[in-house]
Design a protein around this ligand. Sequence first.
Ligand SMILES: [Zn+2]
Length: 248
Amino acid sequence: MNPNLAKLIDLNTLDAQTIELKEQLSRIPKQIKDGRDKLDGEKKDLNEANAALDVLIKKRKELEQNVVTENDHMAKVKTKLPDVKTNKEYTAILTEVEGVKKKISAWEDEELELMQATDDKEKEIPGLKKIFQDDEAEFNAYKTKKEAEQARIEGELSALKARKQELLQAIEPKLAKRYEKLIEYHDNYAVVALDGDVCLGCHQWVLPQTAVEVRKGETIFECNHCNRILYAQPEPEPQDSAETAAPK
Ligand SMILES: [Zn+2]
């Protein structure tokens, strides 16, 4: 095979690998971000549950304080009873006491509801905490794995880049330029095989004479439809090769 053609094939293999690796690399930040977003959501749920619990506890304390204050109030009002002179005064005190009792009773009902709500919240929190902690550990492991993958791909990419530079320098400059134009235009395949007389780049029949020349492999030919550089696929190895038939 024409040595330049062999190098062009290698070059295209390198470029195809580079494109594939770059795609893999570009997916990693989003993969990490998705994991982090999920975790942030769980952390938010947990924080909200804790905040709601704090509100419930605070409200309950306020109610308790109100009950204490009003009980004191009621006791004070009652101390006036022995000094009462008229029926009117007596009724007024009783009415006041009744009012306070009603208030306290309503607060106590509310307190019961709050106790139930506090209980429910307290039961909910450990589950949320566990989900968050489990997923946090999982995410950290995932992130470490993805970052290692990122570093590995970056290493592979710079190796491919160096190898590409070497190859480009070893190829006839005019041809290298032609290749770069083709790869830019055709995305990732500039050098393609012939399958029979069909170009595997555009899947069209090439001219019979082109196919003959390509199979000879001496000169560099291009597809008359898509202009990609063509090469002939190597003949399959014969089944009974000398190696397998070799005596022990
Ligand atoms: Zn073609």
